[in-house]
Design a protein around this ligand. Sequence first.
Ligand code: ATP
Ligand code: MG
Length: 299
Amino acid sequence: ANAVRDRLRIAIQKSGRLGDPSRALLTACGLDWRESRDRLFCYGETLPVDLLLVRDDDIPGLLADGVCDLGIVGRNVLAEQAAERAQAGAPAVAAELRALGFGGCRLDIAVPEDWDWQGPEQLRGCRIASSYPQLLRRWLAGEGIDAEVVMLSGSVEIAPRLGQADAVCDLVSSGATLAANQLKPVLTLLRSEAVLAGPVRPFTDARAALMQTLLRRMDGVMRLRHSRLLLFQAERGAMARLIELLPDAEPPTVLQVDGADTLALQALCHGAMTWQRLEDLRHAGARGLMVLPVERTLA
Ligand code: ATP
Ligand code: MG
């Protein structure tokens, strides 16, 4: 695990919810790979950064064993493993380096729809099914509630109907799966999204510089995720008010167009440029509004 290495190895989910967005993020950071035929290991071409395509549950263990240097995984999976290690008295091996803004979900307690929910006390003595036994136990202990945790690695949401449990503690995004199983969410234990997980202590070999490069590019990509270049023209008198409508913009460039009264503005805006925002700008006097994608910036 402590071998000196000059390539960086990143574990991502092979398929599933996080696979494609993880690859897309790394591709946007300028990485590419020579595909190996089994596609378990992808050898980095432009940078010495290789990919390991695995089941998400395996990522914390691969980091712990030093097989991989970085991983993209749900905070829920990382937190469950961290709680498990803490419980066993083992030191933490992986830290959350960045939240990545996709794969958003919650780890919720859900109960049958016909329960008249009064509060956590109601879980006393219940059987609660979950794939996150450590996080659930830790939360129950914090609340001082004695309940039985039923560990299930999948299909948690049908456990109450099968009589295996009274309630569940499961991942929820839209809530449609819960509703389809006549369950309702009542409490949130953890807000999750995909995160970049990495070593607790910095590398001391060539991987340190590689990781710096990757993090800098990732920050750039994430900062630009919703960024657009906004262009419009307006009368001089309307400009101050229009700029007030751009609180998420970098300091804009304002140019004089013809004569003295028409100005053109260009601004890099970091918030979502919705139709509503464009309509508000138009209402405040902007004309010829144009929104352009931003490919890269380099300060
Ligand atoms: P694998 O085969 O890699 O083990 P999996 O079935 O365990 O896949 P997915 O269902 O693809 O995993 O979920 C991966 C991650 O996506 C979850 O750990 C979680 O962080 C996130 N996620 C986002 N929304 C949801 C959701 N509604 N249900 C489950 N996971 C979700
Ligand atoms: Mg899994």
